[in-house]
Ligand binder design. Structure first.
Ligand code: ATP
Ligand code: MG
Ligand code: MG
Ligand code: MG
Length: 418
């Protein structure tokens, strides 16, 4: 259990804060994350992730890990610097060009702060290979920061110059196997977005700079999105543009955020970088690669865009920084004198046991219950337990507010958490 006053959460009022100008706040998630003390900008497109947002991201990472466990993916960490030489070999040093952050060491050797890791991971396969067809398919992933010198860093975590990405790479001996993995990972993506309660749509996409033979974008409807999709009002089928391909009716254009992107890459990286596999009856041939990205920090912000109101954060329940907050009576009130602090702490500890250490006690006892309830609702705690008037009855009954409910449910702590 945590005491709220001990949580590092520098809440700000934007127009009054010199470093953050009102004009730079361009979307809901950015405003809420800043105002509620969850992130802090450092310089354009870079952010410090503060404890509560870090907790939410940790939960999101755990969820992603458990989903990827289903396809036997194994987690690794590649260095954030990639030798520019590898990108020269695949031709991407020139084609990606101005989005790359590049640096040189004291011996004038060039590196880039990796915006993605296809080259680095193909080089790893070349280094350890050639792989036997018996070792395939192999799925390796990481959750690390990526660096892109975006032309316009924008909308806070939605488009940063440093951001966290889950990038999964599949290695296959043949294209059929790559397609099998692709459908399995697609299922995993669907499961992840279902658990988060987010209506993410999958759309066929151009393979673009990344290359390959097949690609899908994963788009979440949200006003601040820089992409758009077309949804048919009569048959709900989703497409990239134009009238409905099924019933020819006019479609509604909906703004979306690209939260993920998946590709069958073929041999675009394995061939120039010599990442090979050995088949039973032939010479080594380049590995067939697939890759799958999810913007972790972008997904967090996009889920707030999709679920929150202008003034109240709503988290996908499973990634809220804390599952519950306990609010006791105001110091000096009738209920306070009857219970004292010990009783409220006891309630919070009991709840903490039920919710596995995921509980905050609001120890700003000089504030009214109403004020603290308002603030807790703004932060989007999935469960708010208030020890109000009914808590001084025998037996005591507490009030539970969930998901912005105005009317509380009354009961014993165990009943309420059932
Ligand atoms: P966008 O079209 O928004 O620029 P992208 O197509 O360049 O994104 P990908 O190369 O497909 O991005 O990267 C995989 C995922 O990484 C994206 O689907 C997105 O979720 C995330 N991502 C990409 N760029 C950023 C960024 N600047 N800030 C935060 N997340 C990002
Ligand atoms: Mg981009
Ligand atoms: Mg894109
Ligand atoms: Mg993309």
């Amino acid at each position: 259990m945590r005491y709220l006053t001990q949580i590092f959460q520098p809440v700000i009022t934007i127009p009054k804060n010199a470093k953050i100008k009102n004009t730079e706040i361009t979307c809901k998630s950015q405003k809420l994350l800043l105002e509620c003390g969850l992130i802090r900008p450092t310089t354009s497109g870079f952010f410090t992730i503060l404890p509560l947002a870090r907790r939410a991201l940790d939960k999101l990472e755990l969820l992603v890990n458990s989903c990827l466990e289903r396809v036997q993916a194994q987690r690794i960490s590649l260095p954030c610097l990639t030798s520019a030489n590898l990108w020269e070999k695949t031709g991407r040093l020139d084609s990606v060009g101005s989005e790359l952050f590049t640096i040189e060491d004291r011996h004038d050797k060039k590196y880039l702060l990796a915006p993605t890791h296809e080259e680095a991971v193909a080089d790893l396969m070349a280094d350890v290979g050639p792989l036997s067809h018996k070792q395939l398919p192999l799925l390796l992933y990481q959750i690390t920061n990526k660096y892109r010198d975006e032309l316009r860093p924008k909308h806070g975590l939605l488009r940063g110059r440093e951001f966290s990405m889950m990038d999964l790479y599949g290695f296959h001996s043949n294209i059929q196997c790559a397609h099998n993995t692709y459908s399995q990972v697609t299922e995993v993506y669907r499961r992840l977005f279902d658990v988060l309660g987010l209506p993410v749509h999958r759309l066929v996409a151009p393979t673009g700079e990344m290359g390959g033979s097949l690609s899908h974008e994963w788009q979440l409807p949200a006003q601040a999105g820089e992409d758009s999709i077309n949804i048919c009002p009569s048959c709900s089928h989703v497409q990239r543009n134009g009238g409905c391909e099924k019933c020819a009716s006019e479609t509604d254009v909906v703004q979306t955020v690209e939260v993920g992107h998946t590709f069958i890459l073929g041999t675009k990286y394995s061939e120039p970088l010599q990442a090979k596999c050995i088949h039973p009856d032939s010479n080594p041939s380049p590995l067939i690669m697939s890759c799958y990205g999810i913007g972790i920090t972008r997904l967090l912000a996009a889920s707030l865009e999709a679920l929150s109101s202008e003034s109240q954060i709503r988290w996908p329940k499973c990634i809220a920084p804390f599952a519950a907050i306990v609010i006791g009576p105001k110091e000096g009130s009738k209920e306070w004198s009857k219970h004292g602090l010990n009783h409220i702490e006891g309630v919070a500890r009991k709840l903490d046991g039920i919710l596995d250490g995921d509980v905050v006690l609001d120890d700003r006892h000089t504030l009214t219950i109403g004020k603290r309830l308002f603030l807790a609702d703004r932060m989007g705690y999935p469960h708010i337990i208030v020890c109000g008037r009914n808590s001084s009855e025998t037996p005591p009954r507490y009030e539970l507010y969930t998901n912005g409910r105005r009317e509380p449910i009354l009961g014993d702590i165990n009943e309420l958490m059932d």
